[in-house]
Design a protein around this ligand. Structure first.
Ligand code: 5GP
Ligand code: MG
Ligand code: MG
Length: 189
């Protein structure tokens, strides 16, 4: 692993402090309301787990798994639902929890899909966002960190399903992805 990592962008303590800060805002905004937090598998697992434990208001948790078709490390906006919610969200306050917003295409599709189910509200919380990569305007209520337009790993984010378990956000050394740069196909979140 040591040789695969290029540098640490956001350390563990900084991440945890930010999640607690976001949780405080969510506590205040949703006080007295019935909140369902929805994690987008698999990337949002770490954020969900930390955020949920930092929240003081009661919440329900549910999960969706989606996959965006597209080549390599890019998203196309064509989304396939691999696992839908178990919950009927009609009339409920929904907070979608994401690892990262890159082009915004996946999330924009997802929010549109969720809104068609007549929830009371749909908002977004993301640990990371890449402002320079955004392709569609998307209203994000809670953002952990705006980061440069680089491919990052750790804290739920993978490269070829690895590195999700790292407790920090880092960048990969180019040799890791150069050796299988030709890989194409469906990319699950
Ligand atoms: P978008 O549709 O916003 O372009 O991409 C959304 C998904 O692509 C994210 O939820 C994440 O799974 C993946 N993704 C986007 N940028 C990165 C990145 O820098 N690193 C990793 N590991 N995944 C990313
Ligand atoms: Mg991925
Ligand atoms: Mg994601």
């Amino acid at each position: 692993m040591g040789r695969d990592l290029e540098r640490i962008l956001i350390g563990e303590e900084e991440l945890q402090a930010k999640i607690k800060e976001l949780a405080g805002k969510i506590d205040a905004d949703y006080a007295g309301k019935d909140l369902l937090i929805v994690g987008v598998l698999k990337g949002a697992v770490m954020v969900m787990a930390d955020l949920a434990r930092a929240l003081r208001i009661p919440v329900e948790m549910d999960w969706m798994a989606v996959s965006s078709y597209g080549a390599g490390t890019r998203s196309s906006g064509v989304v396939r639902v691999l696992k839908d919610l178990d919950t009927d969200i009609a009339g409920r306050h929904v907070l979608v929890v994401e690892d990262i917003i890159d082009s915004g295409l996946t999330l924009s599709w997802l929010v549109h899909n969720l809104k068609s189910r007549n929830p009371a509200s749909v908002e977004i919380c993301t640990a990371l966002r890449k402002p320079d990569a955004i392709k569609v305007p998307i209203d994000v209520k809670y953002v952990g960190f705006d980061i440069p337009n680089e491919f990052v790993i750790g804290y739920g984010l993978d490269y070829a399903e690895r590195y999700r378990n790292l407790p920090f956000i880092g960048t990969l050394a180019p040799h890791v992805y150069q050796k299988d740069a030709a890989k194409d196909g469906d990319r699950s979140e």
